[in-house]
Structure formats: C-alpha cells, structure tokens
Ligand binder design. Structure first.
Ligand SMILES: C[S@@+](CC[C@H](N)C(=O)[O-])C[C@H]1O[C@@H](n2cnc3c(N)ncnc32)[C@H](O)[C@@H]1O
Length: 244
C-alpha cells in the first residue's frame, strides 16, 4: 500500500472479534430517537477541512456523495462552494435535523425507484438526501460521483457487509474520482463497535484492486467519551483513494 504513517502505530489488533457483529437499520434509527448520536461533529470534520483543497483539486461543479450522511455539516461546505451534494441516510430524523440546523428550506417527495424511500431536496437544488438504506441503491440510478467523503460510513457498516458496500461505492465512482475515507484503529477486543475497527489491510482488500490508496494523515482521535468504550487509545487515519 502506498501509505505513509506519521505515527508509529503498530496494527496488531484482532479484527476477527467484530466480524459477526450486526446492527440492524432499526437499531440505527433508534439511536437518533434516543439521541445516542455522539458521532455527530457540530464543527464538522477537521481533517477534511485541512485536506479539502487536496480533495477538490481546484475543480468546480463536482458531484459529491456522502454515504451514511447523518446530519454531517460538511455537506453544507461543499454546497456553499457550488458543488452538488447527495447523501444517503436511513434516519429521516437525521435528514430533517440537517436541513433545520443548517437553516436550509427543503422539499420532500417519495423516491419511486426504491419502494418506501424518500428524497429531501434543498430549495436551492444542490443538496439531495435520500432516506433509504445504502444497500438499496443498486435498484436506483442516482448517477455517478466525482468525490466521495466517507466518514462514519465504512466504519459503521457491519463487517460482514463490507464487500457489498465496497462494490456499491466503486460502482458509483466516475472517471477521475477521489474517494476520501476516514477509518479508525483501536483494540476491538475492548469495544464491540460501531464504529468498527478497519485495519489498513482491509481497505486494501476491499479497494486495492481498483484504487491507488494513499494515507494523507493519521491522528490521535482519543476523546474523553471514548473511555466509556473501555479503550485506551484511538487513531483516525485519512486515506485518499484514486483510480488505478
Ligand atoms: C456513525 S453515523 C455517521 C454519520 C455521518 N457520516 C457523520 O459523519 O456524522 C452512521 C449513520 O449511518 C446511518 N446508517 C446506518 N446504516 C445505514 C444504511 N445501511 N443505509 C443508510 N444509512 C445508514 C445511521 O443512521 C447513522 O446516521
């Protein structure tokens, strides 16, 4: 893997312990109901902010996908720069909160290509959030993307579903793409997840045949709230995947 690791963290954790862990869509939806949404970052993702120019490469009018978007404030960053943002999120609460908290008027309508799904669109027209499972996307045509920002997505997917997820992600990328993904490294024997531990080797296994993989940065992401997970360290790694 074409990766630099600024911090000398050895990957010695046993990823197998999380391999059969499954969270249902209902469990995710109930996290929103019970406000168990510690993953949400009100100020947005600081590593994305730092590497935004590398990610955008000065290009305009890009289509940017946020898989498993929650109410990520970064969606507004891209829209304000004139890009088109598409998010996919199972929780209608999360989607409504995004528009309300960002003071963006929106419309909603059924998304007929996927039974039961809805699409919420900003009135300005450049943010569309689909309320459905990411695994339903192959039934629909939402177009291809120049950029994907994947934070809290690959790490939230049940480990047994990662290949299916990677196939969907790869099918949505258009020529010249940049796929930026944040993964987490911690001892998975101490915390069941999500978020799940995604080893570097797993990224290579899932995307290495189609993508060049470069580590942009690795940071100590341990916060007070992580003590409750029973872990003593947590590192976040930002990888940029491009066409091979
Ligand atoms: C860890 S959160 C991350 C949200 C967002 N990316 C962020 O950075 O704040 C994962 C989100 O994915 C949603 N989710 C989980 N499984 C999903 C699926 N299969 N399809 C669509 N959304 C899903 C959850 O409701 C939750 O909002």
């Amino acid at each position: 893997m074409d990766a630099t690791t600024p911090l000398d963290v050895k990957e010695h954790f046993d990823a197998e312990v999380q391999k059969n862990r499954v969270l249902s869509l209902e469990e995710w939806e109930s996290k929103w109901v019970t406000r168990n949404i510690g993953f949400h970052q009100e100020q947005g993702h600081q590593l994305l902010k730092k590497h935004l120019d590398t990610f955008l490469k000065g290009q305009s009018g890009l289509r940017v996908l946020f898989p498993l978007c929650g109410k990520a404030v970064e969606m507004k960053w891209f829209a304000e720069r004139g890009h088109t943002v598409v998010g996919v999120e199972i929780s209608e609460i999360g989607i409504r909160e995004f528009f309300a908290e960002q003071n963006l008027p929106y419309t909603e309508e059924p998304f007929n290509e996927i039974p039961g799904a809805k699409v919420f669109k900003s009135s300005s027209g450049n943010i569309s959030l689909y309320c459905c499972s990411i695994f339903d996307l192959p039934r629909a045509n939402i177009g291809k993307f120049d950029r994907i920002w994947d934070r809290g997505s690959l790490v939230a997917i049940n480990p047994g579903d990662r290949e299916r997820y990677a196939d969907i992600i790869l099918s949505l990328l258009r020529k010249g793409f940049q796929y930026l993904v944040a993964i987490l490294s911690y001892d998975p024997t101490k915390h069941a997840g999500p978020p799940f531990y995604v080893p570097d080797a797993e990224l290579k296994r899932l995307f290495g045949s189609k993508c060049s993989i470069r580590c942009l940065e690795e940071v100590d992401a341990f916060e007070e709230r992580h003590k409750a997970w029973g872990i003593g360290s947590l590192f976040e790694k930002l990888y940029l995947l491009t066409e091979k």
